[in-house]
Ligand binder design. Structure first.
Ligand code: NDP
Length: 487
């Protein structure tokens, strides 16, 4: 059985407490690795290593930092199969998806920020004929990077790449449910010769490792992706210490289909938005609103498509949907399905375990793709994040009505809308409360754009220049070059 270690100061270290957590393969329910159950002492060691490494790394020329990060990208790509296999076994997601989405995007994160730092600008302002003010953006020091289990390598590298590119050092804490790709990444750090301490990985529970990072006095920057409740805890603990923070949190995203959409394309996009990665993507379109004129036909075809999705062994290339992350998460999702019935919903397909699973997967954490109709817009199932393969469908009559419904949850991460009317597309996009609005598409990401949510979906933005700015501290330098004001 695979036993993981922490990666601290360029070395593999066992957790100081000597304890390990069992890591289950979601597709089978079997334990397949042991993860360090680290604590504050391991975090102290990692932060100390990162602190020692910081001055040297911050002074390293951008071109050298860039080259090391490009080497990491290249090695991830060269090890695509190994990473994808690990991601698939760790998360329960289809191998096909890990190969096509998670791992290539993780490499792209390193490529993007490795090259972005070669083209930065900084502002300069002249104050009349008296002084020049310029802005120095400097790395802050040790960054604490905490990531969830749904897109483990992609979301962790989305933080590691800009943090390191800008000259910070980091301590990363992956979700203890999905630690293996972070472990493989640490191996690559050794291979490319990343200086010891620049990136440290400490495995373990959020309540121990995560909490110790959040309150550690030396960690000045925190980048967190995860649930809204955890985000609130982190904000409460970090705010009195005045840490710079981004919080990327949950979503309950609307997917709005107007009758003048391109029907088949919209149907395919909506199925993907609802069920990709078992619905375990913060950006999933889990509330589908369909204009009345096409509602019956759209609903019928949606159910047909949902039933046709192949749920099975994530390692099988024919599988469209794999297992949920854990037994506890499956219970949470099934609890919402029971609640949906209590709230007046009609389950049109799915609603529990899929009927046929291969023998290897009998103990896995599966829920079949589920479509629910007839729920009130304001019921709990339509307001709370389920984070599973579950979509609710509601007919609407007017643009005004659907905008109000789309905006009615406490979340504001993303939204999609589908229409052939360009004027309406822009008009509605402007009125949706969301950090990202997709028109006639879903999950089309450009790494240069700001990414994040409004309302309870988060604080701050990641991506592009926003990330370069977040990981650096602006300092204004004012140089007076005239002895007195010209007037
Ligand atoms: P959690 O909030 O449970 O955990 C996220 C990470 O935080 C994990 O590494 C977790 O460790 C750690 N953590 C837990 N408690 C604390 C704490 N008190 N202090 C510091 N760290 C802590 O989220 P999940 O892993 O369950 O991920 C799913 C959630 O992530 C969903 O709500 C989803 O919407 C959101 N998400 C948001 C995205 C966005 O960009 N907005 C993108 C992807 C997901 P441990 O695993 O040990 O609990």
């Amino acid at each position: 059985m695979l036993t993981l270690a922490n990666f601290i100061d360029g070395e593999w270290r066992a957790p100081l407490g000597g304890a390990y957590l069992p890591n289950h393969e979601p597709a089978t329910g079997e334990v397949y690795s042991q993860v360090p159950d680290s604590d504050g002492r391991d975090v102290d060691q990692a932060v100390a290593a990162a602190r020692r490494a910081f001055p040297g790394w911050a002074r390293t020329p951008a071109a050298e930092r860039s080259q090391l990060l490009l080497d990491l990208a290249q090695r991830i790509e060269a090890n695509l199969d190994r990473f994808a296999q690990a991601e698939c076994v760790d998360t329960g997601k289809p191998l096909r998806l890990a190969r096509a989405l998670d791992i290539p995007r993780a490499a792209a994160n390193f490529r993007y920020f490795a090259t972005a730092i070669l083209h930065t600008e900084s502002e300069c302002y002249r104050t009349d004929q008296l002084a020049l003010n310029y802005v120095l953006r400097q790395p802050r020091g040790v960054a604490g990077l905490i990531s969830p289990w749904n897109l483990p390598l992609y979301l962790l590298t989305w933080k590691i790449a800009p943090a390191l590119a800008t000259g910070n050092t980091a301590v990363a804490k992956p979700s203890e449910l999905t630690p293996v790709t972070a472990h493989l990444l640490a191996e690559l750090c050794q291979q490319v010769g990343l200086p010891p301490g620049v990136l440290n990985v400490v495995h373990g529970l959020g309540s121990k490792v995560g909490a110790a990072l959040v309150t550690h006095p030396t960690v000045r920057t925190l980048s967190f992706t995860g649930g809204t409740r955890t985000g609130a805890d982190i904000a409460r603990n970090a705010a009195p210490l005045f840490k710079k923070m981004t919080l990327e949190l949950g979503g309950k995203n609307p997917n709005v289909v107007f009758a003048d959409c391109t029907f088949e394309e919209t149907l395919a996009g909506s199925v993907r938005a609802a069920f990709e990665n078992q619905g375990e993507i913060c950006l999933c379109g889990s509330r589908l609103f369909v204009e009345e004129a096409i509602y019956p036909r759209f609903l019928e075809r949606l159910v047909e498509r949902a039933k046709a999705l192949q749920v099975g062994d994530p390692l099988d290339p024919a599988t469209d949907q794999g297992a949920l992350i854990s037994a506890a998460h499956r219970e949470k999702v099934l609890g919402y399905l029971r609640l949906a019935v209590e709230e007046g919903g009609r389950i049109l397909c799915g609603g529990g375990a899929p009927p046929l699973l291969p023998p290897r997967c009998q103990g896995g954490y599966y829920v079949a793709p589920t479509v629910i109709a007839d729920l009130p817009v304001n019921c709990r199932v339509n307001q709370e994040e389920i984070f599973g393969p579950v979509v609710t469908v509601t007919p609407f009559r007017t643009e005004t009505e659907v905008i109000e419904w789309a905006n009615s949850t406490p979340y504001g991460l993303s939204a999609s809308l589908w229409t052939g009317d360009l004027a309406r597309a822009h008009r509605v996009a402007e009125q949706l409360d969301a950090g990202t609005v997709w028109i006639n598409c879903w999950l089309l990401r450009d790494l240069r754009t700001p990414f994040g949510g409004t309302k309870q979906s988060g604080v701050g933005r990641e991506g592009g220049d926003e990330a370069l700015r977040f990981f650096t501290e602006p300092k204004t330098v004012c140089l007076k070059y005239a002895t007195e004001s010209p007037r």
